[in-house]
Write a protein that binds this ligand. Sequence first.
Ligand SMILES: Nc1ncnc2c1ncn2[C@@H]1O[C@H](COP(=O)(O)OP(=O)(O)OP(=O)(O)O)[C@@H](O)[C@H]1O
Length: 243
Amino acid sequence: MFGDVHLREVWFRYARKAAWTLHDVDLELGPGETAVVLGPNGSGKSTLLQLAVGVLRPGRGVVTGRPDVVGWVPERFPADQPFTARAYLTHMAAVRGADRDAIDEWADRLDFAGFLDVRLSRLSKGSAQKVGLVQALLSPPGLLVLDEPWEGLDAATRKQVPAIVADVVGRGGRVLISDHLGEVSRLPAARRWHVRDGRVTEGERPTVRRSIIELAVAAGHADRAVARLRADGFDVLGIREER
Ligand SMILES: Nc1ncnc2c1ncn2[C@@H]1O[C@H](COP(=O)(O)OP(=O)(O)OP(=O)(O)O)[C@@H](O)[C@H]1O
């Protein structure tokens, strides 16, 4: 979990001799940090995210410090597969060495439990996106990459995105999110990376000054306390058990 994910002098193009889609990209994202990637359609936001995930390789430069567990939710979950959501997620949990209970926990949290036994190809776009989100969260990711998470999801799940981000950064993970709907206001403490003309520039760092308060509650009440704090708009940065 330690250290920055670093895109070092990264250049990328989709074909040899084509124009560079991104060039001179030098960015770092540290543990506990969130960055929102902003930019017009076709500017290269998804490309940047896929370079960070490792599904695209830079033409020049290198990405270092990528953690072992990377959760990636592409813009569109590929739902044309002949499995039920549960069979797919069970397989993904086995591949990732994740606890199977995580499937039911996330399905409950995202109000998706009733769809677990439906075939992926029969799910609505919003439900398929939830499967994509759950597979990315089965093992707590050191880097979570969400491509336009607000777009495919229903309103109730959209509201949960900041809490999911808070969970990941609270465990020392990093989160990278693209956003062309202007939903970034839901994440006031996030850094902003602007993609334009193939370059990525950092926006002004958020200036929200925060006070960090540590609380202790009886272990059995932790979930309820966290839910209430989040409902009141507070950032819950982390939860740990007393030894
Ligand atoms: N597989 C590909 N092959 C060739 N060109 C591609 C490919 N994927 C994307 N591009 C091109 O690369 C550029 C950047 O695309 P990208 O999808 O990264 O932009 P984006 O900012 O995420 O766009 P949007 O907001 O519309 O999702 C665009 O000109 C796009 O047409």
